[in-house]
Design a binder for this molecule. Structure first.
Ligand code: DGJ
Length: 731
């Protein structure tokens, strides 16, 4: 080709290309730092063309696809915003259906989209998709929390076909990421071993994180994860995506590295045994999947997640919390009124806000004297507590402390009056042997009568004891033999169970909007951000060995702010009381020990620590978290909470390696301070008779503390050190 005709050809090509692009609609979903950009192409397919740092000029997003030279996409929908199945797609779908006429194909094309500011900082994007052949629609929702860089994504599925449609898969979110490599941080666990991290490079094919447990669904695998792009993200560096399903039941997250080397993430409720029949005009609303992207490492991602959680998600996320004394490990099931009266005095003496009466206070025909009987019979046990709960509440009032109570209202022991009266309320297979988890079965919350019953358990407690100040809501069984005698369609069971639970919780919160409630599941088997809309805090693990807790709390701290993490001081572990208390203070502090057995110095220390805690808790609960020294990599763990105006900070330091000579050999570099301010550093929680090695009078600049660092002097004689950093007055 001659040069002038080559130029002409290029010009015509350019015109052609730009006219094709001109047909494309670009939908940039932007947060303060990032953009997830959708493109509607000429065929009206909606694809994800960009997920990364926001560009200065929005018009440039449309140029993004053109600069990649990956292999051909034979399907043309590998990067679909919501991948359907049965048409040209060849990879894991977000949605799969059987239409009313028995046909299995689905094709989703763009109809319209909207952008609406809901309130300051929150913008809702919706995209309506429709099948060109069937009257079947999916609406995609992206709720953007701009400053926090957080996006919640979900979908609403509906149709107007002549009969029912079966949904076989129904993801909440469908992401598409481009990077040279991807690294997944996932978690696994079991009772007392929650939140064990694993990091691995994602290889081609599909990696699925899921649960099929029904209740306490996160026990073996929580629904939170991280994906690092290019290389494993570090605390202060690297690009990382945090993801979490907001769903308290079976979930499924597929991470598919496709043949083009891009990562597709499909997250939603688990479709395992859950094909869902959708009637014409009915809406199937999926729960939200929340995600955020940071270009500045895990620390930045956590701080943004915490801010989002406190401001928008956790019940009363910026409010107060109650310190407490729990009697579970102090008495187990063996208590009576006079023992509890003594514990109420201990509560007062210790200086915490509330006494929490745990399991064992109820049931008469089959008294709850162990975990084999009584669950479900929520009337007070007359032998242990002849004067009822109200007498305990009165005694609490007298002692000027608050009173809270444990319940596990979704569960039943086969040895209970409830089971005898309502065997049809129990989840079990009619023709099979029962199978128990902690000697108990799950009540069928798909049944509105059971929902009423569970609501009434809570409502009656409040009606009879209006000053009841706290509920610990436990849940100790998974679902075996999933079957409901109420439901016609058994494959709706797992989903309708969770909807039933949420409906009860909504009713409770409509009547008792602010009473603090702890989400407990023999540990963290249930925590997720849908549940935390109803709960003020959660119980991360029954394992309160402080050494174990340092690791566990470290991992939880990626996703959940300290204000929501209940930490109790117990007899677990070999560490001294000071170490146990210091670890529990990195969250919402409680005690579960026999207070009147404490040695004089131990009691004095606990009282001092509670006073300190009451002073520093606004910083721990509302401050910015910086994880300074990683116990998985170093001999010490160090975590720092910086108060709002950088005027004060608290640093928790622990020895995690007991080998000879280990400790804080190097200074720990502090973070989040103002380099131009002057600070003093003092030690808190000094055990009676001990002397601090920290010179509280010495003044350091923020610059020094962040560049050179500070040595907490952790060693085998000082295994746990809490420091308070204060801006020097006048500067
Ligand atoms: C499991 C919880 O994690 C414990 O704290 C305690 O409440 C027991 N259940 C009571 O059965």
């Amino acid at each position: 080709m001659k040069s002038h005709s080559r130029i002409r050809f290029a010009f015509i090509l350019m015109l052609f290309v730009s006219s094709v692009y001109a047909q494309n609609t670009i939908i940039p979903i932007e947060t303060a730092s990032n953009a997830f950009v959708l493109e509607v192409n000429a065929e009206k397919s909606v694809n994800i063309i960009y997920a990364g740092e926001k560009l200065a000029d929005r018009r440039e997003y449309e140029a993004v696809p053109g600069i990649y030279r990956q292999t051909e996409d034979y399907t043309e929908v590998l990067n679909a915003a919501y991948t359907s199945s049965g048409s040209q797609n060849l990879v894991e779908p977000a949605i799969a259906v059987t239409h009313a006429d028995g046909n299995n194909s689905l094709d989703l094309r763009y109809v319209s989209h909207t952008v609406k500011t809901l309130q300051e900082n929150i913008v809702l994007y919706t995209v309506l998709l429709k099948d060109p052949v069937y009257p079947f629609t999916v609406q995609l929702f992206y709720k953007v929390y701009q400053q926090e860089d957080v996006i919640e994504q979900w979908s609403v599925i509906s149709h107007q076909e002549k009969g029912n449609v079966t949904l076989h898969k129904f993801a909440s979110a469908n992401l598409h990421l481009k990077s040279k490599a991807f690294w997944l941080t996932q978690y696994h666990g079991d009772w007392a071993k929650e939140m064990q991290p694993e990091e691995s490079r994602i290889t081609h094919g599909i990696k699925t994180l899921d649960s099929k447990l029904g209740t306490r669904a996160n026990l073996f695998q929580p629904s939170v994860f991280m994906v690092s792009l290019d290389k494993p993200a570090e605390e202060e560096a690297g690009t990382v995506l945090y993801g979490a399903m907001e769903w308290s039941g079976n979930f499924r997250i597929d991470l598919e590295l496709d043949y083009q080397d891009n990562l597709r993430i499909l997250a939603g409720m688990n479709n395992y045994a859950s094909a869902y029949t959708l009637k014409p005009k009915e809406e199937f609303v999926t729960p939200a999947f929340v995600f955020l992207l940071s270009q500045h490492g895990k620390g930045d991602a956590s701080r943004k997640m915490h801010q989002w959680a406190r401001n928008y998600k956790i019940l009363d996320g910026n409010g107060n919390r109650l310190t407490l004394l729990n009697n579970w490990e102090a008495t187990y099931f063996d208590f009576n009124e006079s023992k509890l009266f003594q514990l109420l005095k201990d509560t007062k003496n210790l200086g915490v806000d509330l006494f929490l009466l745990d399991d064992g206070w109820f049931a008469n025909k089959y008294p709850r004297n162990g975990d084999t009987a009584g669950l479900g019979d929520w009337e007070v046990n007359r032998t242990k507590l002849p004067n009822g709960i109200s007498s305990l509440v009165k005694e609490a009032d007298k002692n000027n402390v608050k009173f809270g109570i444990w319940i596990e209202p979704e569960m039943v022991n086969p040895k209970s009056e409830l089971y005898e009266k309502h065997p049809e309320w129990v989840v079990k297979q009619p023709k099979r042997d029962e199978h128990y988890f902690r000697n108990q079965l799950v009540l069928d919350l798909t049944n509105p009568s059971v929902q009423d019953f569970v609501f009434k358990v809570v409502d009656d407690l409040f009606k009879e004891n209006p000053s009841l100040a706290y509920i610990k809501w436990d849940c100790n069984a998974v679902i075996y033999n999933a079957h409901s005698s109420y439901l016609k369609d058994q494959s709706h069971f797992y989903i309708d169970y969770v909807k039933g639970l949420y409906s009860v919780l909504q009713r409770i919160r409509a009547r008792y909007p602010k009473v603090p409630m702890m989400l407990c599941s023999g540990g963290g088997g249930r925590v997720d951000y849908a549940a935390l809309a109803y709960f003020t805090e959660f119980w991360p693990s029954d394992n309160t060995d402080p050494l174990e807790r340092i690791y566990m709390q470290w991992e939880y701290s990626h996703f959940y702010p300290a204000i929501s993490v209940s930490n109790h001081v117990t007899e677990w572990g070999k560490q001294p009381l000071k170490f146990r208390v210091d670890v529990a203070m990195m969250g919402k502090l409680g005690f579960d020990i026999v207070v009147h057995d404490l040695a004089e110095k131990d009691l004095a220390f606990c009282k001092l620590a509670i006073e300190n805690y009451n002073r520093i808790k606004p910083i721990v609960w509302q401050g910015e978290l910086y994880r300074l020294a990683d116990p998985k990599k170093e001999s010490i763990a160090s975590l720092m909470y910086v108060g709002k105006d950088q005027a004060s900070a608290i640093i928790f330091n622990y020895l995690v390696n007991n080998r000879y000579g280990e400790g804080s050999k190097f200074p720990v570099k502090l973070k989040g301070l103002d380099p131009s301010k002057l600070y003093t550093v003092k030690e808190l929680n000094i055990y009676p008779g001990a002397e601090s090695r920290i010179d509280a009078a010495k003044v350091y600049s923020g610059d020094f503390l962040m560049k050179v660092g500070f040595n907490p002097q952790v060693n085998n004689r000082r295994t746990s050190v809490i420091l308070q950093v204060d801006q020097k007055s006048g500067k």
